[in-house]
Ligand binder design. Structure first.
Ligand code: SAM
Length: 231
């Protein structure tokens, strides 16, 4: 019988943010498939876990998939982790998961942190409907095009924006969406955690010239639908 591929979410900063089930699954797995072994060792050491690690990402995503599949098909359970947060969410993982499913290997999520949901949960923006758009395209014009295609989206928009790109991202967003509410969620769960809430115009005035550091989730309020007149 095939083993199980467990998709295990790991901390996005604070090493205490690993669930009890996550710890048990990592402890019981035959091996841990990870991105960067140096990152994963830190998490495992924090919880006193020693496991064979296999980097499925380096030197190239996908090259290690056949090896991991051999382990799974010979009945070993494998825990898939990424450097931080939930595997597959703007991180590698999808290709291995798809291969596992094709081979009828059970794939089981072990939920936990993801920067997008952590940011949304404390943002103060509407949470009932949201759209995760991951990393925007690095080129300015492509990024503007993407933003423009969501002008009418009535869901909170969530992006992973590299800190050096924040000023440009604020300017483009203000031009395209107008002066909507936005939130910059920085270094969530870390010592310098910060939520900067305000209208895009305020954020532009305050943060356009200043350097912003650390990891950032950028959230923008969705289009607010005007209430239809009853008659
Ligand atoms: N798989 C991860 C997840 O589930 O959130 C995301 C990995 S992606 C390669 C890394 C990006 O996630 C960062 O550039 C940043 O936008 C966001 N991120 C990760 N950790 C964060 C944190 N502690 N605070 C704010 N943003 C974070």
């Amino acid at each position: 019988m095939a083993g199980t591929l467990y998709v295990v979410a790991t901390p996005i900063g604070n090493l205490e943010d690993l669930t009890l089930r996550g710890i048990r699954v990592l402890r019981e797995a035959a091996l841990v498939a990870c991105e960067d072994t140096r990152q994963t060792v830190k998490i495992l050491n924090r919880h006193g876990i020693k496991k064979p690690l296999l980097s499925y990402f380096q030197p190239k995503e996908g090259r290690r998939i056949p090896e991991i599949m051999r382990h799974l098909l010979s009945g070993r359970n494998v825990a898939l982790v990424s450097d931080a947060g939930t595997p597959g969410i703007s991180d590698p993982g999808f290709r291995l998961i798809r291969e596992a499913l094709k081979a009828s290997v059970p794939v089981v999520p072990v939920p936990g942190p993801s920067a997008a949901v952590a940011a949304l949960s404390a943002s103060g923006l509407p949470t009932h409907k949201y759209l995760f758009l991951g990393f925007p395209p690095p080129k300015k014009e492509a990024c503007r095009k993407l933003l423009a295609s969501h002008r009418e989206t009535d869901a909170t928009l969530i992006f992973y924006v590299p800190s050096r790109k924040v000023p440009e991202f604020i300017s483009s967003s203000l031009e395209i969406f107008g002066d909507r509410q936005a939130v910059i969620a920085r270094e969530i769960t870390k010592i310098h955690e910060e939520f900067i809430r305000g209208r895009l115009d305020e954020l532009k005035k305050t943060h356009l010239s200043g350097k912003m550091r650390g990891e950032i989730v950028f959230l923008i309020e969705g289009r607010i639908r005007k209430k239809k007149k009853p008659f």
